[in-house]
Design a protein around this ligand. Structure first.
Ligand code: PHE
Length: 347
């Protein structure tokens, strides 16, 4: 056997044996440089062939080229094998069981107050009332003065007030300041247009705040829905008819309503309204709102002539409505943000 044949053959065998042990891309690259690179063993061998006698060169060159092709093919095959193995390992490691049931997404729900507010405002809208909202940070002027509750008047004790910047700026203790704001705005617009102040039908849902000891029926933050109707010829009968229709809409046709005299400086006469249904706490009476005929002074202060216009107003507590409706016994649960409570309500 010729010397050059031996050399090529042993080079090829050695290279293939070494390739078998190359376990990663780096080892492969090292191997490629060592054997097939420009300074690699095989290239060196090819170069060395030039010193052979001329008649041996073609055969030797052919053999060396064959060896080269064989090594290149082996490299490609080994590389593909490594890649396939890496892929298989990855797939195994990141195995995903697509038959597992998914995690159910948590679905939001409407808060019971929101549900009830929508029912209340929806009812009044069907009667032609507009829904408006007002500021929670309010001026003493609207929360008290314009409602016929002057400074130092003992009636102020009815509303334990949280002040933002005493003595003028406070958290509204009720939604009634919107009575004055709505009338004032209507009068201003009418003056601009050169017309008489228009009739008013509004309901005002919103948050109120009181500096109050909390218990099962009192919260320092709660909602009210104010209602105001102003027109020529409005009477107490309109108030009763409207509120009775409202109670029937919310609590069904078996509802009974009761008006008792009550005192609020901004109405005259003033009442509170209670409801009773057969399935409501054994027919007990539940007070859900204050109401009354808008006090002439309140009309006048806002720019409505009390000799021409009359009106009624009411302020109702949506939580008070939601509590019997959903069997909620403690008002503090409404705003405690406990999902176990909040999950329970559907409209
Ligand atoms: N604003 C009163 C309260 O918070 C309720 C009320 C509103 C009474 C409108 C009469 C008329 O207690």
């Amino acid at each position: 056997m010729d010397d050059w044949r031996d050399r090529i053959e042993s080079l090829r065998e050695g290279a293939l044996a070494e390739l078998a042990g190359a376990g990663d891309a780096e080892a492969l690259e090292r191997w490629r440089v060592a054997y097939l690179g420009r300074r690699g063993a095989l290239t060196e061998t090819l170069r060395g062939l030039s010193s052979l006698p001329a008649e041996q060169r073609p055969a030797a060159g052919q053999a060396a080229n064959e060896a080269k092709r064989a090594l290149e093919a082996a490299l490609a095959a080994h590389e593909a094998g490594l890649r396939a193995r890496a892929l298989a390992e990855n797939l195994e490691r990141e195995r995903l069981d697509v038959t597992l049931p998914g995690r159910p997404p948590v679905r939001g729900r409407l808060h019971p107050t929101t549900i009830v507010l929508r029912e209340i405002t929806g009812f009044f809208r069907s009667l032609g009332y507009q829904v408006v909202e007002g500021p929670e940070v309010e001026l003493d002027n609207y929360n008290f003065e314009m409602l016929n509750i002057p400074a130092n008047h003992p009636a102020r004790d009815m509303w334990d007030t949280l002040y933002v910047r005493p003595p003028d700026v406070l958290l509204r203790t009720h939604t009634s300041p919107m009575q004055a704001r709505v009338m004032e705005a209507a009068v201003a617009a009418a003056r601009e247009a050169g017309t008489d102040p228009p009739p008013i039908r509004v309901v005002v849902p919103g948050r109120c705040y009181r500096y109050e000891a909390q218990d099962a029926t009192h919260e320092w933050m709660f909602y009210q829905v104010e209602g105001l109707a102003v027109d020529e010829g409005i009477t107490m009968a309109d108030l009763k008819g409207t509120l009775f229709a409202f109670a029937r809409h919310l609590f069904g046709s078996k509802v009974k309503i009761r008006f008792r005299c009550d005192y609020f400086p901004f109405v005259e006469p003033g009442v509170d309204m209670s409801i009773s249904t057969p399935d409501l706490r054994g027919g007990a009476w539940l007070e859900i709102m204050g109401a009354g005929m808008v006090h002439p002074r309140v009309l006048r202060m806002a720019g409505y002539d009390p000799d021409r216009y009359t009106g009624f107003a009411f302020g109702l507590g949506p939580e008070r409505v939601a509590m019997p409706k959903y069997g909620i016994s403690d008002i503090r649960t409404f705003y405690a943000n406990d999902p176990r409570f909040l999950e329970q309500f559907t409209s």
